[in-house]
Write a protein of this length. Structure first.
Length: 341
């Protein structure tokens, strides 16, 4: 009996190891390679190609040892990872001020998002975007609490101050508007309340015609109530989410564990699937591929989390799509089934 997390569901390839020839860089990825994706999903004049990454960067303020975990050395691995896969939008978690500055200074991205109170520890969630491509129509940062407008508020007795950032960005070429929320839930508390709050904010902030996405480290597995609520599978207090989302990684057969831990290697530990790229089943938008990246640079990973990335096509001429029905079936299969080979 083999779990379906180790098989192809028709949309993503088996996890594998490949050597790039340089001798020091090993890549392990679920799904198509970046080069294969670019070749297979070349954009047309009537479509917008969009790669979205969620990246828990592991705060630089943690006392991680060199060379494996200290930010001084790990930052260059993070840069290499982003340079290699070239995501259009990145939702990051745990970014300390020096990490945000490093990304904006050494990569071609600007950032949105404020600290949840004083900028200590893992309090900043950011959305990174390329200014030459995206026009920012608006953005807002709010606390995960009963008083979301008060950054630093903590009415749910969370272990850390938590927040979320939401933004609307318009593609300067196609005029397609993307509405994206990025967040980091607490480790053990307030996860259900956080899901209710972020769903409410997305339903209020995102407009008709927007392509809607949510990235984040939810510290919750796919079968948890917090995640099932976001999918529209269960209600809280008698009410369902006003904006049902589906997990693009699960839909593409890439819903693997994302927690690597303090070893900074390329092995993620079951059942710790905490990192997500959700999307709404918007008109003229399709999921084409998704992967969980566990690349090694000089023998170590760029963070204590694996890095999910999903590729979408927006527009009427998209092809090779995984529809919402396929997505829901993929989630159900991965969560509940085992296959005899």
């Amino acid at each position: 009996m083999v779990s379906t997390q180790a098989i192809v569901l028709g949309y993503a390839a088996l996890a594998g190891l490949s050597n790039d020839g340089a001798g020091s860089h090993i890549s392990a990825e679920v799904g198509l390679s970046a080069q294969q994706q670019q070749q297979q999903y070349a954009p047309t004049a009537a479509s917008t190609q969009l790669k979205i990454m969620t990246f828990n960067v592991r705060t630089s303020l943690a006392n991680d040892k060199c060379p494996s975990g200290c930010w001084e050395q790990r930052r260059w691995r993070a840069k290499q990872l982003v340079d290699k896969y070239e995501p259009d939008l990145i939702g990051t978690q745990e970014g300390a001020p020096d990490q945000i500055k490093f990304f904006t200074s050494n990569l071609s991205y600007a950032s949105l998002g404020e600290c949840a109170g004083e900028c200590k520890w893992n309090e900043r969630d950011s959305i990174f975007y390329k200014p030459e491509r995206w026009e920012v129509l608006g953005n807002s940062t709010f606390a995960l609490s009963d008083t979301p407008e008060v950054l630093g508020s903590n009415t749910w007795n969370l272990e850390y101050l938590r927040a979320a950032v939401i933004a609307r960005l318009r593609d300067r070429v196609t005029s397609q508007v993307v509405c994206i929320l990025n967040t980091h839930y607490d480790i053990t508390r307030g996860q259900n309340q956080s899901s209710v709050l972020v769903a409410q904010r997305m339903s209020e902030y995102c407009q008709d015609g927007d392509a809607v996405f949510m990235t984040g480290d939810l510290n919750a597995i796919p079968t948890s109530p917090a995640v099932k609520y976001l999918a529209g599978d269960i209600p809280f207090n008698g009410s369902y989410t006003p904006i049902p989302l589906y997990d693009s990684l699960m839909a593409a057969g890439a819903g693997n564990a994302t927690w690597i831990g303090s070893g900074f290697g390329n092995h993620s530990w079951e059942p710790y699937n905490f990192d997500y790229i959700f999307t709404r089943d918007d008109k003229e938008k399709c999921l084409q591929n998704a992967s969980v990246l566990v690349d090694l640079f000089d023998g170590y990973s760029s963070s204590d989390h694996a890095v999910p990335i999903s590729e979408f096509c927006l527009g009427p001429e998209c092809s090779n799509c995984i529809g919402q029905l396929d997505a829901k079936q993929g989630v159900q299969i991965q969560l509940g089934a085992q296959v005899s080979l």
